[in-house]
Design a protein around this ligand. Sequence first.
Ligand SMILES: NC(=O)c1ccc[n+]([C@@H]2O[C@H](COP(=O)([O-])OP(=O)(O)OC[C@H]3O[C@@H](n4cnc5c(N)ncnc54)[C@H](O)[C@@H]3O)[C@@H](O)[C@H]2O)c1
Length: 365
Amino acid sequence: MTGDPDIRPVFPEHRLAVGLVGAGAIARSAHLPAYRDAGVPVVAVASRRVDAATALASDFDIGTVHDSTDALLADPRVEVVDLATGPAGRIDLIEAAVRTGKHVLAQKPLVSSEAELPRLREVLAEASARGVRVAVNQNARWAPAWRLATLLIRDGRIGQVVGVTHLHDKPLPPLVGTPFDEVPHMLLNDYLVHWIDITRCWLEGSRVVEVAATDHRVPAQPEEARNPWGADLRLVTSTGASASIRIAGDARARGGGCPFWIHGTQGTLRGSILLGSDRLSLDDGEAVTDFALEGQWFTDGFAGAMGELQSAVRDGREPENSASHVLATVRTTLAAVASAERGGTPVRPHDLELTPALPGRNGAA
Ligand SMILES: NC(=O)c1ccc[n+]([C@@H]2O[C@H](COP(=O)([O-])OP(=O)(O)OC[C@H]3O[C@@H](n4cnc5c(N)ncnc54)[C@H](O)[C@@H]3O)[C@@H](O)[C@H]2O)c1
């Protein structure tokens, strides 16, 4: 048995300079606080509304506000373009950044419709040909309890993963009247993307062969809420491992969090994230080990995602959160939405195998 893995965000000594596109809620509440704490230089910002970009620049000491994204991309100081915009137009922005030779960290969901996949593949091929890295801000991979679980699984500490279970035991964020509530099957198509993504990471080395998902309105859900507040997703992989993710509704709870269980052939990981519930323990069938965790998803996870991209650029390798790797999450998500459209009929995301697995994970497909 090896020592406990180090879960802190990792950066190269020389941080690459970031240009931020999108001066909205997540940039203000998470991207910029995380970069400030991690010593990442943000040299410029651009957003649809220059006043929003100017206010953000003033609050976070960003020296330059560009009046367009094109101007930011032409700024020779910008080495990494941080896209903190919504999914509409995401591929256009990635393509424009790639064409100026800048590395990209794009917010999730990478894309939200199957029709966008062929073009995304073309843009990623162009990035690869130009030696440009495109990563996705799947920052929850660096939520401390989830990150430690990932590293313990890679280290073989629970053998091969047999099953993953998540329960959303907390209130939903405010949704009524927000742009998120306009997204069809929003819980499956957007909100649960981080849960689907981490589940895929824990099942690395196997392919998702079947996804069944439903969403449904729950008792006392206000009529003005367009999306259902309950969702259940189940997936099965090529090794026979399975996973389930459940949101019962907008939980009335003072505490709570998002507990998870990862059952393996040689042990079980039990943990939780969010609302200060962060914890992880390993039960190997003989003893239970509780791990001490530092930090939280918000905002340490955002440092983790940026740090991994910058480390990969330094090392001349693909980042763990590369867009190519996240494509498997995208396909699983799209299969979940397609299943919900069909009332929960299982959907086989037949082209998942196009995404290469990262080395050194449990089980072979
Ligand atoms: N944990 C997470 O990673 C997490 C959490 C919340 C939101 N998000 C994601 O982050 C993204 C942004 O969410 P938000 O809540 O900050 O939204 P928001 O609407 O508050 O902010 C988006 C900003 O981008 C700007 N923008 C949009 N398109 C643009 C374009 N083409 N060029 C320049 N500026 C443009 C908008 O004007 C706005 O300022 C979404 O995709 C959302 O799903 C991720």
